[in-house]
Design a protein around this ligand. Structure first.
Ligand code: SF4
Length: 293
């Protein structure tokens, strides 16, 4: 018997081999105009009886599990004591477990006290995936992110201080042509100010169901950037990130036209050199038909 997931189910690409427990359903915010992941769901939390039953079931079937991801969109919205109860029980039942992670919004982190974050980390919750999306307040407002640059920086630093590994996402093209410069400048500033352990760059891809809503939030016509401009955004982003801390940077998501990866600060120049090379080799571009969010 397997778990009965309530779809659609999402997890970060790096959690592809993880066991997933859906301790919450949907997203407690659910308003970002570029995201249609949980539009079909109302946010809710599973009861302890349901969660326990699922943990017990999978502990018998996959006792050697090493990585667990807690779904859906922002499991960190759970009450701290409830989260600790779940995390502790999971470690009891999976003796080989190395990591438990979940998605988090800046607001989820800011709502917790440093002590609460520390307690959950001590219990074994190790890693958060957080969408920065953009560091420009103009764009963050236009896409209804529910956060501004300052709160994003504060939340990432707060979680890092409590010991969490932070994996953050940004979206190339989120400001369209009009706000491209502003988008990259702000995003590089946010990344430089909080140095997440991982940064993944995706490229804006609007599903039909939300496209009109997204476009309506911009008063001026929204012109999507093309592949050359996307590579230029990547170039400018990398060159404007200044950090002494290590950031593992990846722009290898299925939505991207080009693939770049490296670790800041040491690989910065190498990544920029590779982009210069790519500009002369458009044949390596990922075909549009196989791109997606
Ligand atoms: S991007 Fe994250 S916070 Fe925003 S609606 Fe989607 S799941 Fe919720």
């Amino acid at each position: 018997m397997m778990l009965n997931y309530e779809g659609p189910l999402y997890r970060p690409p790096s959690e592809a081999n993880s066991l997933i427990f859906q301790v919450t359903l949907g997203c407690s915010f659910n308003e970002c105009s570029f995201c249609d992941m949980y539009r079909s769901k109302q946010y809710s939390e599973k009861s302890w009886d349901e969660v326990k039953m699922e943990i017990d079931l999978m502990a018998k079937q996959l006792p050697d599990t090493r990585k667990i991801f807690l779904a859906d969109g922002d499991a960190l919205n759970l009450d701290t004591e409830y989260m600790i109860k779940i995390v502790k029980y999971i470690y009891e039942k999976f003796p080989s477990l190395e990591r438990i992670s979940c998605y988090a919004m800046p607001m989820n982190i800011l709502k917790k006290t440093p002590e609460e974050l520390k307690k959950m980390h001590d219990a074994g919750l190790n890693m958060f995936y957080l969408g920065i999306e953009s560091g420009s307040d103009i764009i963050l407002k236009k896409v209804t992110k529910g956060a501004i640059a300052k709160t994003i920086i504060k939340s990432v630093n707060k979680a890092k201080d409590a010991g969490y590994i932070m994996s953050c996402m940004i979206i190339l093209g989120l400001g369209g042509k009009t706000y491209s410069k502003e988008h990259i400048k702000g995003t590089a500033e946010v990344i430089s100010a909080c140095s997440p352990n991982y940064v993944g760059a995706l490229t804006l891809y609007l599903e039909n169901g939300i496209k009109q809503e997204f476009l309506n939030k911009f008063e001026e016509p929204f012109i999507q950037i093309n592949d050359d401009e996307s590579l230029e955004e990547l170039n400018n982003l990398i060159s404007q990130i200044h950090t002494k801390e290590e950031i593992i940077f990846r722009a290898n998501h299925g939505s991207n036209a080009y693939t770049i990866k490296g670790t800041f600060p040491q690989d910065k120049q190498e990544m920029l050199d590779k982009i210069e090379w790519m500009k002369k080799h458009p044949e390596i571009i990922r075909p549009e038909g196989i791109r997606g969010f």
